[in-house]
Write a protein that binds this ligand. Structure first.
Ligand SMILES: [Zn+2]
Length: 218
């Protein structure tokens, strides 16, 4: 048995925590640090639910997933993300990583999560979004405004975007825009903690909600 967050292999018997359905194992140290990510509605109208706040061991786990292809993170935590899917979800839509980064690191975290989530939730993957190849001159604008996606097909109504980290929401809004209004919800593994002085958002509960503006490389 392995902790899906920190990768601790074979902790002492009895110290692993399992979620109530027995699907994912997390060691006590990680469990104590995990905080629910909650939900937020982006200005674009997309409702985003995140499993965890992007802090502590899960932050390192996401890093491992993005840059070292740690599959245990996606496969271990996707079952918990399934609980975040809206009722009536029809498919999951991976938010693709930019091609240069996918080539460099050999991984696509959004796709890995979407694949694992689809398996768990018994939903099809609607692989309709493509990230453009970025040229050097576009990198600055990418950092300001998120990626510009194109779609190769329209996903079914009720499809849900899947990505690894929610920061400003610009990426998810761009992805939803490329889906032409067929997508109104998204789930992410983590969410940057509100209050970091970044772009202001309004939470789904109506209160003001600001979040860290630290860009997370795609
Ligand atoms: Zn752990």
């Amino acid at each position: 048995m392995v902790c899906v967050v920190c990768g601790w292999w074979n902790p002492p018997v009895g110290t692993l925590w399992k979620d109530p359905a027995g699907r994912s194992a997390v060691c006590p140290g990680c469990q104590a640090s995990l905080q629910p990510g909650g939900e937020v509605r982006l200005p674009s109208g997309v409702l985003v639910r995140s499993l965890l706040v992007h802090e502590g061991p899960i932050r390192k786990a996401v890093h491992a997933m993005k840059y070292r292809g740690a599959d245990r993170v996606a496969w271990g935590l996707a079952p918990l993300m399934a609980d975040l899917l809206p009722k009536g979800a029809t498919a999951v839509v991976p938010v693709p990583r930019s091609l240069p980064r996918r080539a460099r690191f050999g991984t696509d975290p959004g796709r890995a999560l979407a694949t694992a989530l689809a398996r768990t939730a018994v939903l099809p993957v609607a692989d309709v979004l493509r990230a453009p190849v970025l040229h050097r001159s576009q990198i600055r604008s990418r950092r300001r405004g998120g990626l510009r996606f194109r779609s190769v097909a329209r996903p079914p109504g009720g499809a849900v975007l899947v990505d690894d980290v929610l920061t400003t929401g610009a990426t998810l809004s761009a992805a939803a825009g490329a889906c032409g209004g067929a997508v109104t919800a998204a789930v992410t593994l983590t969410r940057s903690r509100p209050g970091g002085g970044g772009k202001s958002l309004r939470s789904a509960h109506g209160g003001p909600d600001t979040r860290a503006g630290n860009p997370v490389d795609r």
